[in-house]
Design a binder for this molecule. Structure first.
Ligand code: KG4
Ligand code: ZN
Length: 394
C-alpha cells in the first residue's frame, strides 16, 4: 500500500511517501519521495525553538512539501486536487509528544488530506517512530529485520531521555527516564552558556571531540575510556581521576533505578563558568573545549552506565538507540564498547536520528496493521478523535 506520512512535532516539517508491504513483524518499505524542511536557521536568534514561529513555518511548509513530494513520487496533481483511487492508501501523522500547536498543524493538514482522499488516518507516537527509526534508511528499500528479544531502546533527544524495554514487538515498558531536563536540552543549554549557536549538541560535540583527539594523540585517555577498557559495566561505576582540572558531577550515576538527571549537571557548568571568570581567567576557546569535553564525558557516561546496568538486569539481547543525540559520536563509540561481542547494537543513520517523517510512516504502517488486524478497519480511530497530545507516553 502507498503511505503518506507527516511529522510536525517540533521544528522540522517532514512529508514522506512510501510503498509498504508485509506483515507486522516482516514489513518492508520503499521510499518513493521524502521531503524535510528544517527550521533551525529561523530559531537560531532565539537560542531554541520558538513555538509560535515553528507553528507558522509548519503551516507555510506543509502545502509546499506536499506538492513537491507527490510530484517526486510521480503521483498526479489530479489526485492531489480530487483524489483518485489507489494513489495514496493511508495517511499517518504524529499526534504527540511535542509542541501542541505544532502537532495540530500536522494533524489538521493530515485530517483534510485523509478526508479528501477518503483514506484511513493513522495517529503515530513520535517516540515509537524514534524506536523504529533504527530500521530505516533515508532512501531506497529497507525492511524490519528479525531481532532478538528482549530489546532495549535508549531514546535521547531534545525533549526525552528514556529507556524502554520491549519483550514483544510493539509493546513498550518505560523502565527509566530523566527526572528533569532531557539530555539534548542539557547539551543545548550548556552550549548557550558557552556562547555556541543553537542547536548546541553538535557544537559541544565538535569542540569535545577535537580536544579528545588531541589528548588521545598525547597518550592521555579520558576517565571513561580508562574505566571502559576494563570491559565491564561494574568498573564503569568508578570513574577515576580526570586528565584535566575541570571536574563535573555524574548525577544519579549510582541511583538504584534507571532514571537520569541532567539539570544539576547543567547548573554545575554554570557555576564552573562563574568560578573561572571570578578567578580572572577568560573563557577562551581552549577553556570552552575543556568544559565541553568534561560535560560530554559526564552526560554520556550517565547514559551509557545506566544502559549497561539495564542490559545486565533485563538480560537484553538487542540495544536500539534513537533521537537527535543518537548522532553523538562519543555516545555511539561508548555504546559500541559496552555491547561489543555481547549483544547486538542497532544505531540509526545520521539522517534518521533527527526528527523525520520516514520513521512516522514506518510506525504508521505497523500501527495500521495492528489496528486493522482481523477487524476490517473497525479498530482504526475516528479521525475526529485524533488530538494533539503534547505529553503523550508510550
Ligand atoms: O530528536 P531531535 O531531532 O528532536 C527532538 O525530538 O528533540 O533531537 C534534537 C536534539 C537537540 O537537543 C540537539 O542538540 C541534539 O538532539 N543533538 C545532539 C547532537 N546532534 C543533535 N546532541 C549531542 N551531540 C550531537 N551530535
Ligand atoms: Zn524527536
Amino acid at each position: 500500500m502507498k503511505i503518506l506520512s507527516i511529522e510536525t512535532s517540533c521544528d522540522d516539517t517532514g512529508i514522506t511517501i512510501f510503498e509498504a508491504k508485509g506483515s507486522i513483524t516482516n514489513a518492508s518499505f520503499k521510499i518513493l519521495a521524502d521531503s524535510l524542511a528544517s527550521q533551525t536557521k529561523i530559531h537560531i536568534p532565539y537560542g531554541g525553538v520558538f513555538p509560535v514561529l515553528a507553528k507558522r513555518e509548519h503551516a507555510k511548509n506543509l502545502p509546499i512539501l506536499l506538492e513537491k513530494t507527490l510530484k517526486k513520487a510521480k503521483i498526479s496533481n489530479k489526485f492531489f486536487r480530487q483524489g483518485l483511487k489507489n494513489s495514496v492508501d493511508m495517511v499517518a501523522v504524529t499526534y504527540g509528544p511535542g509542541l501542541e500547536m505544532c502537532l495540530w498543524e500536522g494533524i489538521t493538514f493530515a485530517k483534510n488530506l485523509a478526508k479528501k482522499w477518503n483514506v484511513p488516518l493513522v495517529p503515530v507516537n513520535h517516540m515509537e517512530g524514534h524506536i523504529i527509526s533504527v530500521f530505516g534508511k533515508h532512501k531506497g528499500n529497507f525492511k524490519i529485520p528479525k531481532i532478538k528479544y528482549p530489546f532495549l531502546s535508549l531514546l535521547v533527544s531534545g525533549g526525552h531521555t528514556e529507556l524502554i524495554l520491549c519483550k514483544k514487538w510493539m509493546e513498550y515498558e518505560l523502565i527509566g527516564e530523566t527526572v528533569d531536563d532531557a539530555v539534548g536540552e542539557a547539551f543545548d543549554k550548556v552550549a548557550r552558556m558557552l556562547g555556541l549557536p543553537y542547536p548546541g549538541g553538535p557544537e559541544i560535540s565538535k569542540l569535545a571531540e577535537g580536544l579528545r583527539e588531541k589528548q588521545a594523540k598525547k597518550g592521555l585517555r579520558s576517565a571513561t575510556a580508562r574505566v571502559l577498557s576494563k570491559n565491564s559495566a561494574e568498573f564503569y561505576a568508578y570513574p577515576s581521576k580526570l586528565d584535566f582540572s575541570l571536574k563535573l558531577p555524574r548525577p544519579m550515576l549510582h541511583s538504584k533505578n534507571f532514571d537520569f538527571s541532567f539539570s544539576g549537571l547543567k547548573t554545575a557548568v554554570l557555576y564552573l563558568i562563574r568560578d573561572i571568570e571570578k578567578s580572572g581567567k577568560k573563557i577562551d576557546t581552549k577553556t570552552k573545549a575543556q568544559i565541553a569535553l568534561e560535560f560530554e564525558n559526564s552526560a554520556i557516561e550517565c547514559l551509557v552506565y545506566k544502559t549497561a546496568k539495564a542490559i545486565e538486569k533485563h538480560k537484553i539481547n538487542t540495544l536500539l538507540v534513537g533521537g537527535g543525540v543518537a548522532a553523538n559520536k562519543h555516545l555511539r563509540k561508548e555504546l559500541k564498547k559496552i555491547t561489543k561481542n555481547k549483544i547486538k547494537l542497532i544505531l540509526p543513520t545520521k539522517e534518521l536520528s533527527r526528527d523525520n517523517s520516514i520513521m512516522i510512516g514506518m510506525a504508521g504502517y505497523l500501527n495500521y496493521l495492528k489496528f486493522t488486524r482481523h477487524t476490517n478497519n473497525k479498530n482504526l480511530p475516528e479521525p475526529e478523535s485524533i488530538k494533539a497530545t503534547g505529553n503523550l507516553r508510550l
